[in-house]
Ligand binder design. Structure first.
Ligand code: FES
Length: 76
């Protein structure tokens, strides 16, 4: 089953392990090393409040879903 997951974060979440090491968790969904941040969030840093889609190589692609469907999509 296919799923559409919308990420609205534009930067990673810093998690500090019990050993005191910082691990950067990808919150944008574009990381090459998901769930660890790879720095690709810089691609979406300038996004405005519109819904954009990316392919697996982080290239923007057009999505043409009806507005009533877009409003029902859960945002993460
Ligand atoms: S937060 Fe996704 S690549 Fe950095």
């Amino acid at each position: 089953m296919a799923r559409i997951i919308i990420h609205t974060a534009k930067r990673p979440y810093r998690y500090t392990t019990q050993k005191g090491e910082d691990v950067w968790i990808c919150m944008c969904g574009l990381s090459d090393t998901y769930p660890i941040c790879s720095g690709k969030h810089k691609i979406c840093a300038a996004e405005k409040e519109e819904i954009l889609a990316y392919d697996q190589d982080a290239n923007k692609i057009e999505i043409n879903l009806p507005a009533e469907i877009l409003q029902k999509i859960r945002r993460v």
